[in-house]
Design a protein around this ligand. Sequence first.
Ligand code: ADP
Length: 450
Amino acid sequence: MKRVLVANRGEIAVRIIRACREMGIETVAIYSTEDRDAMHVKMATLAVCVGAAPSSESYLNIQNIVSAAVETKCDGVHPGFGFLSENAHFVETLEQCGIKFIGPSASSIRTMGDKARAREVMMKCGMPVVPGSDGEVDSIREAKRIAKDIGYPVLIKASAGGGGRGMRIAHSPEEIENAFNTAKQEAMSCFGNDGVYIEKYIVNPKHIELQILADEHGNVVHLGERECSIQRRNQKIIEEAPAKVITSALRKKMGEDSVAAAKAAGYTNAGTIEFVLDKEGNYYFIEMNTRIQVEHPVTEMITGINIVREQIRIASGQPLSFAQKDIKISGHAIECRINAEDIHKDFMPAPGTVSFLHFPGGYNTRVDSALYSGCKISPHYDSMIAKIIVKGDTRMEAIKRMRRALEELLVDGVKTNQDFLYLILYNFDFVKGKYDTGFVEKYKDKLINI
Ligand code: ADP
């Protein structure tokens, strides 16, 4: 590839531009009128304004983005995460214009984007899935019948779900009607599709996910797992790799299952298979994300593999340059997501102007961000403003390094979740690795009221 349009903004756009520059590939940034002075615009070779501040008019504007790619003679488009990264129609429109989408095929995106269908595909590959419905559930009666079969509590989940939305728990038959209706309503308003399915609700599991890479020649490898159980309202805030609870035997098994499923589904490019892991060590598939993920740097830190670079190589038709046996995991990495939000006002987004900024640095410390002193954080977009990633020889060393990095971080002018993250790194259960997806709810008050 010679020139790539980056269909995103913020830190991930900067991350992709950096990879392209290192590969000698020119980049085209897109931006909204709100982002005229944004870092990704300054860093790219060229930049094209694609619309007004609301994402629906700019970063989600397929027509304007594809036109920009054609006009600037790009041969590839990297979507980053969010926005159009899992939009099959976008992929097809690019293909019609002879431009390569740096990601999986439109059909893989469609199949995996429909979570009820993805479950069916995974079951066929022999992958363990959470006990639940075969496909979508159309009525409250059917929902009650299935829930009785699998046992309460159950989760009613949107087939088109994402970002933790369109998901409701029912603890008893009496709660089914309300959970079913509210999940459907939320799914309709968030995704324009009210299809729902049912899964057994695994109480306080761990969220474990496997990173895979698949080229267009049938080679598939996995890069080990990430532990993402530190979540607030189903949104990850701290991730680590490897996961303390995963033994090498379990990693091998989950990795083999993931690779087999990706092969059977004819999947290409980077993808993540997400699982919940129960207290007995059983893992169950929950969904596949068909894009680069926010937390990919922790995997890069422990494997030494530049995932964005590999995505571009794969999309260029090149075979993977390594086999499974070449992938070695070394050390332990942790990522903290810095969000511009007010932890004392229920984590409400807190946009504003950054009056002074200082990022941590030093040995095995990485910062992915598009922030600079004086920049404006817009209320129109996601509140994640930086990712801090550290690596240590051991998990404890990584924890200490992250504490030190957060001590160095200065973001003046806007409120952030920095102190909240810092306290988690001192929590005894966190330090021992004894935590699950219920961690933040359990300790929230202690972590906020200092
Ligand atoms: P989304 O696509 O909205 O992020 P996921 O299916 O990936 O939805 O689930 C998000 C989070 O919700 C998981 O990380 C986990 O914490 C929780 N979750 C999802 N399914 C289950 C389940 N069956 N039992 C318990 N927790 C679940």
